[in-house]
Design a protein around this ligand. Structure first.
Ligand SMILES: Cc1cc2nc3c(=O)[nH]c(=O)nc-3n(C[C@H](O)[C@H](O)[C@H](O)COP(=O)(O)O)c2cc1C
Length: 455
């Protein structure tokens, strides 16, 4: 039996501080260059050299302002604030690469399906079929307030809207234009044959879209669908729609529970559970030897920002952590939300006393997932073991000091993973979906809900 491939995505946001807080100050970090085309081109080229399936670009639509009820701490450390548009960096990266895919985050809560269908098709054309969409429903109050709502639409209703949103875009992508609608017959003077382009006539609870898709179909038609919801409605949504799922846990056993839950949801929807590829956030700190890697980690940790970490976690948890003493064990804090936080960390390491400071140090470099630290051989061993225990398909690799962390991983660890047959030497297929479904299959599987709208 062949060894399963370890699928790799790079994880970034169009911002300064994403998963590592305060490390923009490290001399090897060029995180502040996020606003330049050359930074994204360099990042994409590094990942393509390393055989990564895609670069996942996260997004947030509002400033982080839960901590102290103000945006100040997020601004001081550039934590997801300021942030740029994730879609606009894709074409430049596509022009500078030929294989790397791009999984880009867009919210169904603040977009219109008709317009987004066109945006994604345009990107699928411009990338030659390498686009994926990380579907999010958005959770920041600050986004709601700045985007025309008094308060957020309730969580489960956001997923109901998202579900209808998906129906609309599937109809536009799969059902509006027939495969041979573009005839480009210069003699007859017909570019597209009107008889082969159909209005979708969608009238639902949240959206009304009577017309035809504005774009002619692209090679994948529907972009590869990613999702990261973990609530019951979020994982049901993923089981129905997602082809790639992102998970964020610190322990492989916790990832395994999630992975089983997602695959069971897919099965319940009549899909093959392995049509869902599952990726866990991870961070790698490597060096020529284990000792060099440990020194590198200590060096990175010396730049972490306590306040920045607390600002990020306050936003993630919707709890203001600013009132806590940094050195008092969290178990002594008596709010329900903080007990939830303590549960997560004590399950992970019951022997450790978790205070805001130890927690901030812990998440400061590798926020969101495991930290693999060591020589290339050790890192490869640990990644293989984690992947097997967690029953996942690969990793979303964060970079605490972009783009240096990704470059070190590709230079040092990827050759070792390639030797072990875990990372491919050559991409198999031309489109992102073919990396998921195999060469010759750029379109959604017959069991995927989008396929129901095919003509
Ligand atoms: C690995 C990972 C990446 C995520 N990326 C984003 C993102 O870029 N933008 C966003 O608004 N939410 C993002 N989320 C949040 C999820 O979309 C989702 O809101 C969250 O996991 C809570 O799940 P629930 O909505 O089902 O409760 C991410 C979550 C995870 C686990």
């Amino acid at each position: 039996m062949s060894i399963p491939r370890m699928r790799l995505n790079g994880l970034r946001q169009n911002t300064v501080g994403h998963t590592a807080m305060g490390l923009w100050r490290h001399p090897d970090s060029r995180a502040h260059e996020y606003r330049t085309v050359r930074h994204w081109v360099e990042t994409a080229q590094i990942l393509e050299c390393g055989g990564f399936d895609s670069l996942f670009v996260a997004d947030a639509l509002g400033p982080l302002e839960v901590y102290q009820g103000r945006v100040d701490a997020a601004l001081r450390d550039g934590i997801q604030t300021p942030t740029g548009n994730p879609l606009l960096v894709i074409p430049a990266m596509a022009a500078a690469t030929s294989r790397l895919g791009f999984a880009v985050t867009v919210s169904t809560t603040y977009e219109q399906p008709y317009a987004l269908a066109r945006t994604m098709t345009t990107l699928d054309h411009l990338t030659d079929g390498r686009i994926g969409w990380n579907v999010v429903t958005s959770a920041l109050d600050s986004a709601a307030r700045n985007l025309g709502l008094d308060r957020q639409i309730p969580h489960d209703e956001r997923y109901l809207m998202a579900d209808e949103f998906m129906d609309v875009v599937y109809k536009l992508w799969e059902g509006s234009w027939e495969d041979d609608a573009v005839v480009r017959d210069a003699v007859a003077g017909i570019f597209a044959d009107p008889a082969r382009v159909h209005p979708i006539e969608h009238r639902g609870k949240y959206f009304s879209v009577p017309g035809i898709a504005l774009s002619e179909p692209s090679v994948q038609r529907t972009p590869v669908i990613f999702q990261a919801g973990s609530s019951p409605s979020g994982s049901a949504f993923a089981g129905k729609h997602a082809e790639g799922v992102f998970v964020s846990t610190y322990k492989a056993e916790m990832a395994r529970d999630l992975s089983r839950r997602f695959r069971a949801q897919a099965k319940a929807q009549g899909r093959d559970p392995h049509d869902l590829k599952i990726f866990a956030i991870a961070t790698v700190v490597t060096g020529a030897t284990d000792e060099a890697a440990r020194e590198r980690l200590a060096d990175l940790q010396s730049y972490t920002s306590l306040e920045g970490s607390l600002a990020r976690w306050s936003a993630l948890l919707h709890i203001d952590l600013s009132g806590l003493d940094p050195d008092t064990p969290l178990a002594h804090s008596e709010t329900e939300g903080i007990r939830g936080l303590v549960d997560v960390f004590t399950t992970m390491d019951p022997d450790r006393t978790w205070t805001p400071r130890t927690l901030a140090e812990f998440v400061g470099v590798g926020g969101g997932g495991p930290l693999f630290v060591g020589s290339p051989g050790r890192v490869a061993d640990e990644m293989e073991a984690w992947m097997e225990t967690a029953e996942i398909d690969g990793f979303n690799l964060a970079d605490p000091i972009p783009p240096t962390g990704h470059r070190e991983f590709v230079d040092l660890v990827v050759p070792e993973l390639r030797r072990r047959g875990r990372v491919w030497d050559e991409y198999e297929g031309d489109t992102l979906r073919e990396y998921f479904r195999g060469k010759g299959s750029p379109r959604v599987a017959d069991t995927h809900p989008a396929s129901a709208y095919r003509r």
